[in-house]
Write a new protein. Structure first.
Length: 235
């Protein structure tokens, strides 16, 4: 297959967003996606952001984090372990529209972890206490640009200390690399299709600059290996 045009963002919907998957298939898809995240060091930019945000916080300080589009909850469990290892008291919330995600995340989370798995539209979520930080990973590219601008404004208004969007960089090498990796790993057909399409639906620096300007926000745009383009702000 010839490389698509990466000068513009694809608007074709991903299968996960438009198809109804049986529970077993959905669990297999999320399992393969987590393997892809581990192989591409996907969590590192988010943990690096939280390290910068909490620099100088005293031992025992509470850390409230909300994760948007949590999938099966791997990122929040990793944040919980990270926070405890640094002497912080994590209070974590995941917000995801898919009811399968809430069930899977609950099953995979050991008892005693302070994580609340919320199911519903993030824009309808009204936390009793504002999170210190709002994070997301591989979530923004699922949205149209207008909704990303809305997301940026909502994060700015909702988080007390900062927010971080961990997403993909639209680039031909990332697209070819993922297709080769997905084929070699024999991942679920949905992962093979959506992972490659996700790269084409992702943003580039100019896209983020335009959306931030439209939202009236200034934020840090950083590239991380492997082809992660992340946007964050510490207030």
């Amino acid at each position: 297959m010839a490389s698509p045009d990466f000068s513009r963002r694809a608007d074709e919907p991903e299968w996960m967003d438009v198809r109804q998957w049986p529970r077993a298939d959905f669990a297999a898809i999320l399992n393969d996606l987590e393997q892809a995240n581990l192989l591409t060091f996907a969590a590192h930019p988010t943990l690096d952001f939280l390290a910068r945000l909490t620099r100088g916080w005293p031992p025992g300080a509470e850390l409230r984090v909300a994760d948007l589009g949590y999938g099966r909850g791997d990122m929040l469990r990793r944040i919980h372990r990270w926070a405890v290892s640094r002497g912080l008291r994590p209070r974590l919330t995941g917000v995801d529209l898919n009811p399968h995600c809430r069930a899977l995340a609950g099953e995979l989370t050991p008892p005693g972890l302070a994580i609340d798995w919320h199911q519903g539209d993030l824009f309808d979520w009204a936390p009793a206490e504002p999170p210190h930080a709002i994070v997301s990973a591989l979530f923004a590219h699922h949205l149209p640009a207008a909704d990303v601008q809305r997301l940026l404004t909502w994060q700015e208004a909702t988080a007390s200390h900062g927010w971080f969007v961990n997403d993909l960089h639209r680039h031909w090498l990332a697209w070819r690399g993922f297709r080769a990796l997905a084929w070699a790993m024999r991942w679920h057909p949905c992962v093979r299709h959506d992972g490659a399409l996700s790269v084409r639906r992702a943003f580039v620096h100019d896209d983020w600059r335009a959306m931030l300007a439209e939202a009236g926000l200034a934020a840090d745009i950083r590239w991380h290996p492997l082809f992660r383009l992340c946007v964050g702000r510490i207030k």
